[in-house]
Design a protein around this ligand. Structure first.
Ligand code: GN1
Ligand code: MG
Length: 358
């Protein structure tokens, strides 16, 4: 079978005993494989990159290597280590299969990973990990990074993409999503705040992770300390607000991203307090006044942007995000819009919380 050949090409010792599909992650395909060698079992992760989303995966691997090397040279793995990928028999950090599938591999760590944690210690650690990661990359030459997805967090472009999708969308879908479409289009003023500040050159460009979902941090199962930030596929020049806003969006929400019972969806301020505390621990001293000022609003903007991306994908027939059913992206968009509405009402309280840590 295909996975067997990939394991051989990565020179994994032994025989492929078993494998599991890892279902978290909306883009790439990830397997955990169990290799048996002389009675001993070792575990690895194999990941097939979605070429529809990332059209130059070799460059992603180059970005990751450059960033990892930089972090390793600054910081000797005391409280945040970097995840290195294995090399193939050809000496490359990837394998290309016979169908041009692009694979990478790493050792599997027996660690914890959370989609929506409620433990406040875990939440503070997730914040600490993302903030420290960005802090460690201060000084890394952003010009060395290949832009894996241009305009990734350009909200203005994202809304233009939605408007474009509307021109071609089937009328029944447009009718079903009428109120969600209206919400996005009527909240552009607030939603495009970061885009405007960015195009006016008012915010510094930093090296950012750009996908600061809670499940992109791994934790020690016993101490619950964050060990590493993973999924560096979208590491690119960006705004601090992208990582803070998206992290808070994901980590402080009381539900999963596709919750259909919208009365359960809310933005939890105790979680926000601890996330902010962790996030700002290292970064606080490096932020400009305007960067600090826009942190609460950035949470709204990143939630609004993701709602729009889910909605666009629903209208286009689910061509980007992995889905479990035809309406999955619509449910995700509804959930993110419910979160947006809750966040708007809490911006003042968020600002007060942040004062403690800035
Ligand atoms: C995708 O692959 P994953 O699940 O880490 C997406 C993010 C979204 C996220 C929403 C490359 O991340 O931008 O915020 O889904 N990644 C890409 O769950 O589009
Ligand atoms: Mg991910």
């Amino acid at each position: 079978m295909e996975l067997n050949k990939i394991c051989q090409d990565f020179n994994l010792k032994g025989e492929l005993l078993d494998y599991e599909l890892i279902t978290s992650g909306n883009i790439n395909l990830t397997y955990k494989v169990f290799m048996q060698d002389n009675g001993e079992i070792s575990q690895y992760l194999l990941q097939k990159i979605n070429r529809n989303v990332f059209n130059n995966p070799e460059k992603i691997m180059e970005n990751i290597k450059n960033v990892n090397d930089y972090i390793d040279s600054r910081h000797k793995c005391e409280d945040l280590f970097v995840l290195h990928f294995l090399h193939s028999v050809k000496g490359e950090p990837f394998v290309i299969d016979e169908d041009n599938g692009f694979w990478r591999a790493c050792k599997f760590f027996n660690c914890a990973c959370y989609d929506s944690p409620s433990d406040l210690g875990v939440i503070e650690e997730a914040g600490r990990a993302f903030g420290q990661f960005q802090y460690l990359l201060n000084g890394f030459d952003a010009g060395k990074l290949f832009v894996t997805i241009p305009d990734f967090h350009n909200t203005e472009k994202r809304i233009a993409d939605l408007e474009n999708a509307l021109l071609f969308a089937p009328s029944d879908k447009v009718a079903v999503a009428k109120s969600e479409i209206e919400y996005i289009l009527s909240n552009k003023d607030l939603g495009l705040t970061l885009s405007k500040l960015f195009s006016d050159g008012k915010l510094p460009l930093r090296v950012t992770h750009n996908d600061t979902k809670c499940n992109n941090v791994i934790f020690d199962k016993e101490t619950l300390k964050a060990l590493a930030v993973i999924d560096l596929d979208t590491i690119m020049p960006g705004l601090c607000a992208y990582d803070f806003g998206d992290g808070a969006r994901s980590i402080c929400s009381t539900t999963d991203e596709d919750e259909q019972n919208l009365s359960l969806v809310s933005f939890d301020l105790d979680r926000f307090d601890r996330f902010s505390k962790g996030y700002l621990k290292y970064l606080k001293s490096t932020l400009t006044d305007l960067e600090k000022q826009i942190l609460p609003l950035s949470v709204f903007v990143m939630t609004y942007e993701l709602a729009s991306r889910f909605l666009e994908d629903y209208l286009k027939g689910n061509v980007y995000f992995k889905v479990n059913n035809d309406d999955h992206n619509l449910h995700r968009a509804r959930c993110q819009i419910a979160l947006c509405k809750d966040i708007i009402g809490k911006l003042n309280q968020m600002e007060n919380i942040l004062k403690k840590y800035l």
